[in-house]
Design a protein around this ligand. Structure first.
Ligand code: CA
Length: 227
C-alpha cells in the first residue's frame, strides 16, 4: 500500500521512508502542505506532520477531508489533548505522537486503511434533506460538498473558502446551534480559533451573498441554519 509521508524534517522523513519500506509499505515523501494537497489522491493513506513550513498540518487535514476520504494519520510532537481532539474532529483517522514505534505506526496505518475499505463497501447513508453524502439541500439552498459549489434558486453563489466552510458546517445539522468557537475551529482551522470577533463580519458577508434568510444568529451563543 502506498503511503504519502508529509514531513519537513528531512532526517525524520528519510527514517520513516526507510522504516515503512522495511515493513512492506511503498512510500512517497513530501515536505510541504501544498504538495500534500496536490498528491493525496494518488495514495492510500497520508501520514501528516503538524508543523509544516507553509501550512498548519491540521489545516491540511481539514482541507483534504473536505473533498476526500483518504485515511489520514497525524504524526506529531505535540502531546496536548486539545491537539489530539482537534485533529480527530477535523477528520484525521488517528494521531500518533513522536517519537513513535515503527511497528505500532505500521499497525495503525493498516488499521485505518482497513476501516476505510470497510466504509467504502458499506452503503452510503441518506437522511431527510440530503441527497447522498455530498449534496445538502434546504429549500432554495443547495450545497455540493465535493465540488464546493453553492446555489440559491439554481443560481451559483461564489463564496470564499471560509464562508463555504461556515455554511457547510451549519448545513450538517440544520436547526442546530453551532457555537462561535465550534464554527471557528471547524471552518477556520484552529490557529485563529481564539479570535471570534471576525465571525460576525463573515456571517454578514455570507448572508448578503446568499440573499435568502437562512442563517440565524442565536445571541450570545452562535449561529444556526434556519429550518
Ligand atoms: Ca515539522
Amino acid at each position: 500500500m502506498q503511503v504519502l509521508i508529509v514531513e519537513d524534517d528531512h532526517h525524520l522523513a528519510a527514517e520513516l521512508d526507510r522504516g515503512l519500506e522495511s515493513q512492506g509499505f511503498r512510500s512517497r515523501v513530501v515536505s510541504t502542505g501544498r504538495e500534500a494537497l496536490s498528491l493525496h489522491a494518488e495514495v492510500e493513506v497520508v501520514l501528516l506532520d503538524i508543523g509544516l513550513p507553509d501550512m498548519d498540518g491540521l489545516e491540511v487535514c481539514r482541507t483534504i477531508r473536505a473533498t476526500s476520504n483518504v485515511p489520514i494519520i497525524i504524526l506529531s510532537g505535540r502531546v496536548d489533548e486539545f491537539d489530539r481532539v482537534l485533529a480527530l474532529k477535523l477528520g484525521a483517522d488517528d494521531y500518533v505522537t513522536k517519537p513513535h514505534s515503527l511497528r505500532e505506526l505500521a499497525a495503525r496505518l493498516e488499521a485505518v486503511t482497513r476501516r476505510a475499505r470497510d466504509r467504502r463497501e458499506a452503503p452510503i447513508p441518506t437522511s431527510t434533506g440530503t441527497i447522498g453524502a455530498d449534496v445538502r439541500e434546504l429549500r432554495e439552498l443547495r450545497i455540493d460538498v465535493r465540488s464546493r459549489r453553492v446555489t440559491v434558486n439554481e443560481q451559483e453563489v461564489h463564496l470564499t473558502r471560509r464562508e463555504f466552510n461556515f455554511l457547510e458546517l451549519l448545513a450538517r445539522e440544520p436547526g442546530k446551534v453551532f457555537s462561535r468557537e465550534m464554527i471557528m475551529i471547524e471552518a477556520w482551522g484552529y490557529r485563529d480559533a481564539g479570535d471570534t470577533r471576525t465571525l460576525g463580519v463573515h456571517a454578514a458577508s455570507l448572508r448578503r451573498k446568499l440573499g435568502v434568510p437562512v442563517i440565524e444568529t442565536v445571541r450570545g451563543v452562535g449561529f444556526r441554519l434556519a429550518l
